[in-house]
Structure formats: structure tokens, C-alpha cells
Design a protein around this ligand. Structure first.
Ligand code: IMP
Ligand code: MG
Length: 180
């Protein structure tokens, strides 16, 4: 039923799982002997977060925050607002921010600045997808699942207008769906 709106499947559930396992191994190597705190940026990263945290064999705590970048369209407006803040104090902790997709970089450059002011011991960024062609604000990326071309993608947590998050794969949305 949802498939009719998908132009092309980019990553199957098997490919996503394999890449999540590889990222988990990188994180285990980089943080060996340390405790980490994963911060999921809601809502797009919730499935990636759930899979990634179960793949990481390290002491780990989790927290969630939500930001809105004003708009229901296919690109963020440039203004970012925290709609749900963290529950935990991050000072002195090793933070990994878990995002679904890095696009213009507006959301994450803002978010990372806010989190840095709270004095974590370290902070790194892990994104499932990266669309470097669309970058407006430079963002330092430590862990990246896949680099993708400039197309609007949905599934595995990513939405268009809150729909398609429940697709088990990542696919390019047919431009006709958003009038593109
Ligand atoms: P940025 O601030 O432009 O980097 O936008 C980041 C946010 O825009 C992501 O966290 C997503 O919520 C959303 N976004 C950007 N590109 C896509 C896409 O292709 N599909 C779904 N959401 C996207
Ligand atoms: Mg998002």
C-alpha cells in the first residue's frame, strides 16, 4: 500500500542492519572502556537509535530530544526550536548524537552548539544518512551510515509529513507525492 509512493528502494532492511552493525563496531572500538550516552533526535532517528543501541556492547545510557525546523515541506526553514529537551544532565559525559539524516546541516549545527554549552566530556555525531550536496552549514560528522544523492527519502524512521516512518526500508519518495 505504501510502496506505490516509492520510486526506488535505496537500502533494504538487510543492508540497513549490516551497516548498523558496522557502525556499532566502530563506536565500540573508539569508546572501549568508557560509558557513552546516546542522544536520539526525535522523531526521525527513533528506529536507527533502537537498532544501534542494541548493537553496541558498551555501558550506555539513552536520552531523547526533539527539535522542529518549522515546516512540513521537504526542506528545513533555517529556524530551529527545541520542542522537547533532554531529561538528563550531559556534563562530563561522552555524548553521541544520533540523527536520521544530515541535509542542510541547519538543525544539527544549532543542536550541537546548544549541547556543547552544557559541557559534555566529548560530543560526536552519528547520522544514518548524509546528503552532502545540500549542505549549507558545515557540520563535523564522525559516524555515517550512507552518503546519498539529493533526493527526498522516507522509511526506517524518516517521514514526509509524518507518514512513511514505518516502512522497513529506505526509499526515494515519488516527487508527485509532494508536488515536486
Ligand atoms: P537539515 O537541518 O536541513 O540538515 O535537516 C535535517 C532534518 O530534515 C532531518 O532531521 C530530517 O528530519 C529532515 N530531512 C532532510 N532531508 C530529508 C529526507 O530526505 N527525508 C526525510 N526527512 C529529511
Ligand atoms: Mg529529523
Amino acid at each position: 500500500m505504501l510502496e506505490k509512493d516509492i520510486q526506488e528502494v535505496l537500502f533494504t532492511p538487510e543492508q540497513l542492519n549490516a551497516r548498523v552493525q558496522e557502525i556499532a563496531r566502530e563506536i565500540e572500538r573508539d569508546y572501549a572502556g568508557q560509558e557513552i550516552m546516546l542522544i536520539s533526535v526525535l522523531r526521525g532517528s527513533f528506529i536507527f537509535m533502537a537498532d544501534l543501541c542494541r548493537a553496541i556492547d558498551l555501558p550506555c545510557t539513552l536520552d531523547f530530544m526533539a527539535v522542529s525546523s518549522y515546516g512540513k515541506g521537504t526542506s528545513s526553514s533555517g529556524q530551529v526550536q527545541i520542542t522537547k529537551d533532554l531529561s538528563e544532565d550531559i556534563s562530563g559525559r561522552h555524548i553521541i548524537v544520533v540523527e536520521d539524516i544530515l541535509d542542510s546541516g541547519t538543525t544539527l549545527s544549532y543542536l550541537l552548539k546548544i549541547l556543547e554549552h552544557r559541557h559534555p566530556a566529548s560530543i560526536r555525531l552519528c547520522t544514518l544518512l548524509d546528503k552532502p550536496e545540500r549542505r549549507v552549514k558545515p557540520v563535523k560528522l564522525h559516524y555515517c551510515g550512507f552518503t546519498i544523492p539529493d533526493a527526498f527519502v522516507v522509511g526506517y524512521g524518516l517521514d514526509y509529513s509524518e507518514r512513511y516512518r514505518n516502512l522497513p526500508y529506505i526509499g526515494i519518495l515519488k516527487p508527485a507525492v509532494y508536488g515536486g
